[in-house]
Design a binder for this molecule. Structure first.
Ligand code: PGA
Ligand code: ZN
Length: 462
């Protein structure tokens, strides 16, 4: 038994300079040796309406109402007394306990930020006790599936993409080099224009490719007299007239950097369509057009036809089920259609979406649901329906790199963690580089390339 002895919470700053919640969980093992796990919770800007509640003080006298003293107090006064004395390895029980005490459907009593900070800090403390890197510890303890297959005991496992307790699959990154929408002050309607190095030999080479394209894009912007200031996720945010112009510019940078667009590097978009869906229509302000769902689906289909796009996230608004149906029918068999605001990492919502046949991929954000256990359940639910999963950051991040470890531990196959600049973004890439190096010394690492975009079963049967 390794017992939770104390939990300390505090306000730190996120990448936008707003307060973020951090928790330290202190545990003692049977020999009386102390260990600590520390976790910080990120914050979104284009948040889904059904996300678990991020508890902020609302006090105008502190941090423009964004203070987190209530969440800090909830950890100290309510969560600590409830978890004190529990075994830190009982992750599921710890998470259940916090949900029970909260008692609300969206964690609005204690705050999803308070609950998640503790949930993740427990997982990290457990890894410390075991003396394992987080991705290995998460893979061992984080899965509900304790079957021999999931433990990697089955024959011929070295040929598989890695299993729950035998991680080896590195995620293919979707790198957000050009920012628009709610993440930038430019007229671009689409929030994220991402490059995807689908032909790299390994993760390290994928990062090099991304960085080279990013620097080439910077030079191209300078040459055109456009700003190279970056948006919230470290991508450029130039005042370009249209999405097409943004895409063309990126394709040009890919080629100029010495890569082949459409084979070495593909594109991915996060439309974040909920942000410009008003009264049943899509208001493309940059394009100066207002479209209904059918017209907007046709607009997206056209982009997908003209450019090497492998993935479109939130192509329809979270409340536009009909639009999602249209988009899924038109593009679902050709392209990855990712639900972010649509699914908010909620297992039940994902299960419903699978039943309805909308989207074919799920964006996984820990703080949308608020515990590690529920996040793992969301991943499992998505996969059981044949949907791909992408582990994701938030636009307001911290130096915490837990999503890199989670991506490897769950063999997610894909990660979305921003551009190739700003330490809050590159910290995750750097962590992945180190994990890959670590894996190379042991069982070897696997970079899935295009297979990451095939339905889950295909990745496993590679
Ligand atoms: P958010 O943006 O963190 O502001 O929600 C990221 C995304 O939409 O994927
Ligand atoms: Zn999104």
């Amino acid at each position: 038994m390794s017992i939770i002895r104390d939990i300390v919470a505090r306000e730190i700053l996120d990448s936008r300079g707003h307060p973020a919640l951090e928790a330290d969980v202190l545990v003692q093992d049977a020999a009386g040796v102390e260990f600590r796990g520390r976790a910080a919770v990120p914050s979104g800007a284009s948040t889904g309406r059904r996300e678990a509640l991020e508890l902020r003080d609302g006090d105008p006298a502190r941090y423009q109402k964004r203070g987190l003293l209530k969440a800090v107090a909830n950890i100290r006064e309510t969560i600590l007394p409830a978890l004190g004395g529990m075994d830190v390895f009982d992750q599921a029980l710890i998470d259940e306990r916090m949900c029970e005490i909260d008692g609300s459907p969206n964690k609005s009593v204690l705050g999803a930020n308070a609950i998640l900070a503790v949930s993740l800090a427990c997982a990290k403390a457990a890894a410390e006790v075991e003396g394992l890197p987080l991705y290995r510890s998460l893979a061992r303890h984080g899965s509900d599936d304790r079957s021999p297959e999931s433990r990697g005991d089955s024959e011929g496992d070295s040929e598989s993409a890695g299993t729950a307790s035998n991680p080896k699959t590195m995620p293919v990154p979707m790198m957000n080099v050009l920012n628009g929408g709610a993440h930038a002050d430019n007229p671009l309607d689409i929030q994220e224009f991402m490059i995807v190095p689908v032909a790299a030999a390994d993760l390290r080479e994928a990062v090099r490719c991304g960085a080279e394209v990013f620097q080439t894009l910077k030079a191209a912007l300078t040459q055109r007299g456009l700003t190279t200031a970056v948006g919230d996720e470290g991508g450029f945010a130039p005042a370009l007239a249209s999405s097409q112009e943004a895409i063309e510019l990126i394709l040009e940078a890919i080629e100029q950097a010495g890569y082949a667009a459409g084979s070495d590097v593909h594109l991915a978009l996060d439309v974040a369509a909920s942000e410009f869906y008003e009264e049943g229509r899509y208001h493309l302000r940059g394009e100066g057009r207002i479209l209904d769902a059918g017209e907007f689906a046709a607009w997206l289909e056209n982009l997908a036809k003209n450019y090497p796009i492998v993935s479109i996230e939130d192509g329809m608004a979270e409340d536009d089920k009909e639009g999602w149906g249209i988009l899924s029918n038109r593009l679902g068999d050709r392209i990855q259609l990712v639900g972010d605001d649509l699914f908010v990492t909620c297992p039940a919502t994902i299960a419903r979406g699978i039943e309805e046949g909308i989207a074919n991929s799920v964006l996984i954000k820990l703080n949308q649901i608020g515990t590690l256990s529920e996040t793992l359940k969301a991943i499992e639910t998505a996969r059981s329906g044949g949907y791909t999963v992408i582990i994701s950051h938030r636009s307001g991040e911290t130096e915490d790199t837990v999503i890199a470890d989670l991506a490897v531990a769950t063999a997610a196959g894909q990660i979305k963690t921003g551009s190739l600049s700003r330490s809050d973004r590159v910290a995750k890439y750097n962590r992945l580089i180190r994990i890959e190096e670590d894996l190379a010394k042991a069982e070897g690492a696997y970079y899935p390339r295009m297979a990451a975009f095939a339905p889950r079963g295909a990745l496993e049967m590679r």
